[in-house]
Ligand binder design. Structure first.
Ligand code: LLP
Length: 485
C-alpha cells in the first residue's frame, strides 16, 4: 500500500478512499453510479465525452442557479433591515455567455461587465441595461458610448480622467451617466489574509489616501466626488470598492465597508449630497482542494451586515443600498473539466530535492506524470497564480493504491501543469477520463489557443439532459482568421 509521499506538499493527505467525492469541490448532482463511473444528473462522463469530446467544461445549470439564489438570499436576509436588501451583480468576467446572463436575470441577480465585449454578450442575451454595470480602468470612448446607448444602470468610474471623459461624452449626447466611483480603501485582501499596506500601488481606483492629494489638499477620491457633483451630465449614485479575490475571511470586507462608510458620510455632509449606493465588490472564496474551507455565504453576509449596521448608526447616516459582485463564488464550483488521459511516465526524484537528510541522494521517490488532452490553454490558473486543484479518476472507480501524481497538459512548456499534486490510483491508464472540479471561474474565461489548441466547449447539464451552451472551437475556427497573404 502506497503511503504519504515525501514529495507531496504538507497540506496534501492521502485520501482514505480515492473514489470518494469530497463534496465541497463538486456541483450538486455529481455522483458515482453503480459501475463506479462519474455522473452528473445521471449522465455518465463517457457519454458526455462521446457526444462532445474532451477536454470539456461540464457545468450544472441547476447548481449555478442554486448558488446564485443562495448567495442572493444570504445577503438579502442579512441586510433586509439595514437597507431593504442587497443588489447582487454576478461578475461576468468569471464566466460569461448568453445562457448564463439569462439564468442570472431569471434568478433575480444583475450583471457586472468589464468590457465592450462583455456588454455585447449582455445585449445579445437581452438583459435590461438598467441591470448592468460596466467596470474597467481604461474604458474606451466606444465602450462609454455603448454603456450610454444601453442605458446602463451604472458605470463604475475608475479615475479622474475617466470621470471627465464620461461627463463630456454624456453631455455631448444630451445624456446623463449614472456613476459609481471606484475607490481604493487601503485594504488589499489576498487569499487568507489582508494587509492594509501597499494598496495604492495598483492600477485600479481612486485613492482615498492623503498622500495623493492635489493642490487643494483633496484626495483623488474626494476630488472625484467634488467633480461629479459639478457635472450636470453625471448622476453620482455612490461608491464602490473591490479588495481582491478568493478571500475566505469576512474581516477585509468589513474593514473596507467601514472605511467607505466613513468617507461616504464625510462627503454627504461636506457637499450636502446623498450617496444612496455602496458596492462592496466581489472576491468570496471557494474550495479548490480538500483543505480549502470557505465560510458559508450567510456567515460572511452577517458579519458584513453587522459592521454596516453599527457604522451607519455611529455616523448617524441612513444606510446606503448595498450591492456586491460575486463571480467565482457563484460559478466556480458549478463546473468540472473532463480530460482524457494520454501519455504516462514516472520519474524518480531525489530526496534532497524535498528537503530530506539524504545528502548522498541515494533515496529517490516516484512522481507520476499523467498527461491529459488540454492544459494551460483551458486552465492557465496553475501557471498564472500557482493555483492548486484536485482531480479524480472519472471513467471508472479503482481499488488500486494511491500514487502521487502530477496532471499535466499537452503544451510545449514544462510549467504546463493542471494539478500540481494529487493522489490518483496507480492503475490510471491512457484512455481513462479525469475530472478536475472547481473550474467554473476564470478557466474558460482565461482560455487561449496556445499551440493552436481549440478552446473546449461548455456543456450545461440540467434536469438530466445536456446541451452545449458554448460550442468548442474547430480547426476551421482556428484557421479562419489567418489571412494567408
Ligand atoms: N468586482 C470587481 C471589480 C472585480 O475586479 C472582480 C474580479 C470581481 C468583482 C469578481 O471577483 P470574484 O468574486 O470572482 O473573486 N483571474 C483571477 C481573478 C481575477 C479577479 C478579477 N476581478 C483568478 O483566476 O483567480
Amino acid at each position: 500500500m502506497t503511503t504519504d509521499s515525501p514529495l507531496a506538499p504538507a497540506w496534501l493527505e492521502v485520501p482514505a478512499d480515492l473514489n470518494a467525492l469530497h463534496e465541497p469541490l463538486w456541483a450538486g448532482g455529481v455522483a458515482r453510479n453503480g459501475d463506479g463511473e462519474l455522473t452528473i444528473d445521471g449522465l455518465t462522463v463517457s457519454e458526455l465525452q462521446r457526444q462532445y469530446g474532451t477536454p470539456l467544461f461540464v457545468l450544472s445549470e441547476s447548481d449555478f442557479r442554486a448558488r446564485a439564489r443562495a448567495f442572493s438570499d444570504a445577503f438579502n436576509d442579512a441586510f433586509a433591515d439595514i437597507c431593504g436588501g442587497v443588489d447582487v451583480y454576478y461578475a461576468g468576467k468569471s464566466f460569461l455567455c448568453t445562457s448564463v446572463v439569462r439564468w442570472v436575470e431569471e434568478e433575480g441577480l444583475r450583471l457586472d461587465t468589464a468590457s465592450g465585449g462583455e456588454l455585447a454578450v449582455a445585449a445579445r442575451a437581452g438583459i435590461p441595461g438598467a441591470d448592468v454595470a460596466l467596470h474597467g480602468n481604461n474604458k474606451s470612448d466606444g465602450e462609454i458610448h455603448r454603456a450610454l446607448d444601453m442605458q446602463l444602470g451604472r458605470i463604475v468610474v475608475d479615475s479622474l480622467d475617466e470621470l471627465e471623459r464620461v461627463a463630456t461624452i454624456a453631455a455631448n449626447r444630451g445624456d446623463t451617466a449614472r456613476v459609481m466611483l471606484r475607490l481604493t480603501p487601503g485594504v488589499h485582501a489576498h487569499t487568507h489574509e489582508f494587509i492594509a499596506t501597499a494598496h495604492e500601488d495598483q492600477k485600479f481606483g481612486l485613492s482615498m489616501a492623503g498622500d495623493t492629494t492635489d493642490q487643494a489638499g483633496l484626495s483623488a477620491a474626494e476630488e472625484a466626488v467634488a467633480a461629479a457633483t459639478r457635472h450636470e451630465s453625471i448622476e453620482l449614485l455612490g461608491l464602490h470598492c473591490h479588495i481582491g479575490s478568493q478571500i475566505f475571511e469576512p474581516d477585509g470586507f468589513a474593514l473596507a465597508a467601514e472605511k467607505l462608510l466613513d468617507f461616504l458620510a464625510a462627503m454627504q455632509s461636506k457637499y450636502s449630497i446623498v450617496l444612496p449606493e455602496l458596492d462592496l465588490g466581489g472576491g468570496y472564496g471557494i474550495a479548490y482542494t480538500p483543505v480549502d474551507t470557505p465560510r458559508p455565504a450567510a456567515e460572511i453576509a452577517q458579519a458584513m451586515a453587522a459592521v454596516v449596521r453599527s457604522k451607519c448608526a455611529a455616523l448617524g447616516i441612513t444606510a446606503p443600498r448595498i450591492s456586491i459582485e460575486p463571480g467565482r463564488a457563484i460559478v466556480g464550483s458549478t463546473t468540472f473539466t473532463l480530460y482524457e488521459v494520454g501519455t504516462l511516465k514516472t520519474v524518480r526524484v531525489d530526496a534532497p530535492a524535498v528537503g530530506g537528510d539524504n545528502a548522498a541522494g541515494d533515496v529517490t521517490y516516484p512522481r507520476r506524470y499523467v498527461s491529459v488532452d488540454g492544459g494551460m490553454s483551458d486552465n492557465p490558473r496553475p501557471v498564472l497564480y500557482d493555483a492548486d486543484y484536485s482531480a479524480i479518476l472519472a471513467s471508472r472507480s479503482s481499488d488500486a493504491a494511491p500514487q502521487l501524481s502530477r496532471v499535466v497538459g499537452k503544451h510545449c512548456e514544462s510549467g504546463d501543469i493542471v494539478v500540481r499534486d494529487v493522489y490518483l490510483p496507480e492503475d490510471v491508464a491512457a484512455g481513462d477520463l479525469l475530472a478536475v472540479p472547481g473550474t467554473g471561474a476564470y478557466c474558460w474565461a482565461l482560455s487561449s489557443n496556445y499551440n493552436y489548441l481549440a478552446r473546449p466547449g461548455v456543456v450545461a447539464v440540467s434536469d438530466g439532459s445536456a446541451r452545449l451552451i458554448v460550442r468548442g472551437e474547430t480547426e476551421e475556427d482556428l484557421l479562419n482568421r489567418d489571412m494567408g497573404v
